[in-house]
Ligand binder design. Structure first.
Ligand code: LYS
Length: 271
């Protein structure tokens, strides 16, 4: 009797297995489902005024960040619709959950972490000082007594406020960094403080404007860029995985080399 019921059980069980498919088939169908929902297009916002990270070439947004986010989104199985909305609006769009992701050389810091979620770091940066070639300014401290141009709401503004004082009359704030540089070029400011890669690229690409970059690791900290998400977004963990995947498979290094001509220090980003 026991034997018979076991036989019946075994028959029913194997019938069920055939009907529902074996473990392997189930995995395939799950993957299929995931691909369906992941295939969606994400609205990604930026401020295309920060070469070489994001800038306009004609009406096309190009830059390291653009290639990076395309590679990461592809790895995570999403399509990208990238839009340049301006710097301040990025934060408004993400906070209002009208955009899924922001990428714009955005430094991860404690203040921003209170309102937004960030991916693992993808770029190491620090603020530096952009001045005319014949400027005497040699350090952050020497910014005092000079008019300094910065982009509003950046870590550059924050760093200069630390040196000169909050809301100091000598700090001129601009909606984007190109406008701050224009102010320097027309003599309305003695220096611009912005991310090292941006000011260094600017000097390299505009030798006729006779500018130079001053660094001061005492006045300006190391910063890391991250992708920014609405608080609680499920995309964070998916994109963290995808960033790590392109660190591992060489895609990040390939993009980095294309833009900067050297190999990235991925270990520092992962630390
Ligand atoms: N990395 C700096 C920050 O997050 C500057 C970003 C400016 C981008 N246009 O504040």
């Amino acid at each position: 009797m026991k034997k018979v019921s076991f036989l019946v059980f075994a028959m029913v069980a194997s019938l069920l297995l055939v009907m529902t498919g074996c473990g392997k088939d189930k995995e395939v169908s799950t993957t299929g489902k995931e691909e369906e929902s992941n295939g969606k297009t994400l609205r990604i916002v930026t401020d295309a005024n920060y070469a070489p990270f994001e800038y306009l070439e004609g009406d096309k947004i190009v830059g390291f960040d653009v290639d990076f986010i395309n590679a990461v989104a592809k790895e995570a199985g999403y399509e990208v619709k990238l839009e340049s909305v301006g710097w301040d609006p990025i934060f408004v769009e993400i906070e209002g959950k009208r955009a899924d992701v922001a990428i714009s050389a955005i430094t991860v810091n404690d203040e921003r972490k209170q309102s937004y979620d960030f991916s693992v770091p993808y770029f190491l940066s620090t603020n530096k000082i952009l001045v005319p070639e014949d400027s005497d300014i040699k350090s952050g401290d020497e910014l005092k007594g000079n008019v300094i141009a910065v982009q509003t709401g950046t870590t550059g503004q924050e760093a200069v406020e630390k040196l000169l004082g909050k809301n100091h009359k000598d700090i001129k704030k601009f909606e984007n960094n190109n406008l701050a540089i224009q102010e320097l070029l027309k003599g309305g400011a003695s220096a611009v403080v912005a991310d090292n890669t941006v000011v260094e690229e600017y000097v390299k690409n505009n030798p006729d404007q006779k500018l130079k970059v001053v660094e001061d690791s005492k006045s300006f900290n190391e910063e890391f860029y991250g992708l920014m998400f609405p608080k609680g977004s499920e995309l964070k963990s998916e994109f963290d995985k995808a960033v790590n995947a392109i660190y591992e498979n060489g895609k990040y290094a390939e993009i980095y080399k294309e833009w900067f001509g050297t190999d990235p220090d991925i270990e520092t980003l992962k630390a």
